[in-house]
Design a protein around this ligand. Structure first.
Ligand SMILES: [Zn+2]
Length: 506
């Protein structure tokens, strides 16, 4: 709701960048909001000299990612394959039951120190199975040490493939299973690969008294980043895209160097609003929610646990406080009203973490159970007082929408609107229209009662259908069928008489 507010209150603003072409290096002065100022700067610089006033070269290391715990797996499966957290959990559970991966409901990103040989064998197996090539010329050289840490494994260790991978027929797996297994396998290799190292060059040039900046980089060691490319090309190859590297490359420049007759250009841009949450970014936000309110050594932070976060999102969607739109997760009107009405302490992300932390302290014997229970009682009293404060008028803001049944196509709830009875699942097209030509030809309209009965039985017995042809009323069973696309077909049958005129369409 907070994010949706930021987006709807966002006012986009136009701004300009002025860019100098310094022998192929684009040096920019960004975000000039006054168009006259931008134009003046452009015309002043165009054709003039620019002098390099600063060159800063820094070597940067990007460490390999840690192994997967459930939340990171869910986030990446959402980012790369668009899978929901629940779909990923279910898929991982099924791979676990097929003994292809280790226990998935884990919040550890490490292996125990006795797993060194296992890890080496698994990595070698992944190389063979997926025919990966990469920075280990000898696959037996993975850096196993950095993924092992006994103190960071509690009940379960990180998620990795098992040696059953050797005998697994990948083409017999379901599509999602194959994808998730591939993701875990490549990630396991990545986590044990070398650091990604590059040299970043930042330069400043001065032109007509103004400073313009340019940035470039040269990759010194691909390291684990090489394997990210497996998810970027169709053949799942761990290869570097040479065009990308060339684009980022910065030619050698020295301080005091002069560029003559630079071309200056003005480009138009707009400020952009924050992005709606996707499952990936929402899971990340849940993991760190309220963190700023805690000391660094607080162990449990955020909302939920790796095993429960997917369920929390599903529950919000099922209860219609949030809805999916493509990859986005958006609050519904009810969701917005709920957040507006609830007292602040109940909405505080830190409350959950605080109690989790108290439980942990009790586990370590640092607080007594009685102390814990007193805390719980005090909070409940406060909560009940807080909820009392919500006025009747505010509770009435939730339109008590009543569903009339479940969708025959996808099983979601069906609601009444002005014109139809529609499925609440945005991806499903099922609807029963009130203004229904087939029924109108027999002088009937689709009312709530009839729609509910169609959803329940697929069939309604109607006593007063009218036949224009015969100018008389008759009795029949009306059947409603929906195919997977949500298209609805009606037909008639006459149960009491012999079945004739089984289907008559007008
Ligand atoms: Zn549906």
């Amino acid at each position: 709701v907070e994010r949706a507010g930021q987006i709807s209150n966002f006012q986009k603003e136009k701004y300009f960048n002025v860019e100098l072409d310094c022998d192929g290096i684009p040096a920019v002065k960004p975000k000039i909001f006054d168009p006259d100022e931008a134009e003046q700067l452009r015309s002043r610089c165009h054709g003039n000299e620019a002098i390099v006033t600063s060159v800063k070269e820094t070597e940067k290391k990007v460490k390999a990612p840690k192994l997967y715990d459930l939340t990171t797996l869910q986030r990446e499966a959402n980012r790369i394959y668009g899978m929901t957290a629940k779909q990923t959990l279910d898929t991982a559970q099924s791979l676990y039951e097929k003994k292809l991966i280790t226990y998935p409901r884990t919040d550890s990103q490490y292996l125990t120190e006795d797993m060194e040989q296992t890890a080496r064998n698994v990595v070698r197996q992944i190389y063979e199975k997926y025919q990966l090539t990469g920075p280990f010329d000898q696959p037996e050289q993975p850096d196993v040490k950095k993924v092992m840490n006994n103190s960071k494994v509690t009940d379960h260790h990180a998620i990795i493939p098992t040696m059953e991978l050797a005998s697994c027929h990948l083409d017999e797996l379901k599509s999602w299973e194959e994808k998730i297994l591939f993701l875990i396998a490549v990630h396991t290799v990545m986590a044990m690969s070398k650091d990604h190292i590059y040299q970043e060059t930042e330069i400043e040039v001065e032109c007509q008294g103004e400073i313009f900046k340019a940035k470039g980089k040269i990759v010194l060691q691909d390291g684990w980043k090489l394997f990210e490319n497996c998810f970027k090309n169709k053949d799942r190859m761990a290869i570097v895209d040479p065009n990308q590297e060339m684009k980022e490359r910065m030619p050698k420049v020295t301080q005091g160097q002069t560029f003559y007759a630079v071309a200056a250009e003005k480009t138009e841009h707009f400020t952009s609003p924050p992005k709606p949450y996707s499952e990936d970014t929402l899971l990340a936000a849940m993991e760190t929610a309220g963190n700023k309110e805690f000391d660094e050594d607080t162990e449990k932070k955020g909302l939920g646990t790796p095993a429960t976060r997917a369920g929390i999102i599903e529950k919000l969607i099922y209860s219609q406080y949030a809805t999916r739109k493509g990859k986005q997760i958006l609050p519904t009107d009810d969701g917005k009203v709920l957040v507006e009405i609830l007292p602040d302490f109940l909405k505080s992300a830190s409350m959950t973490a605080e109690w989790e932390n108290q439980l942990l302290l009790m586990e370590h014997g640092e607080i007594a159970p009685e102390q814990f229970m007193t805390g719980i009682k005090n909070m409940l009293t406060m909560m009940l007082n807080g909820c009392d404060a919500i006025s009747e008028e505010e509770t009435r803001r939730f339109q008590t929408r009543e569903s009339i049944g479940t969708c025959p196509v996808c099983g979601s709830l069906v609601y009444e609107s002005k014109t139809n009875f529609y499925c609440s699942n945005h991806d499903c097209h099922f609807a029963l229209w009130k203004d229904n030509r087939y029924l109108q030809s027999m002088e009937k309209t689709m009312d709530k009662k009839m729609a509910a009965e169609f959803l329940k039985n697929g069939c309604v017995h109607v006593k007063d259908l009218y036949s224009r042809k015969k100018n008389m009323y008759f009795e029949a069973d009306l059947h409603m069928d929906a195919d997977e696309t949500g298209r609805v077909n009606f037909s008639l049958s006459f149960p009491k008489k012999k079945p004739k005129n089984k289907s008559k369409k007008k």
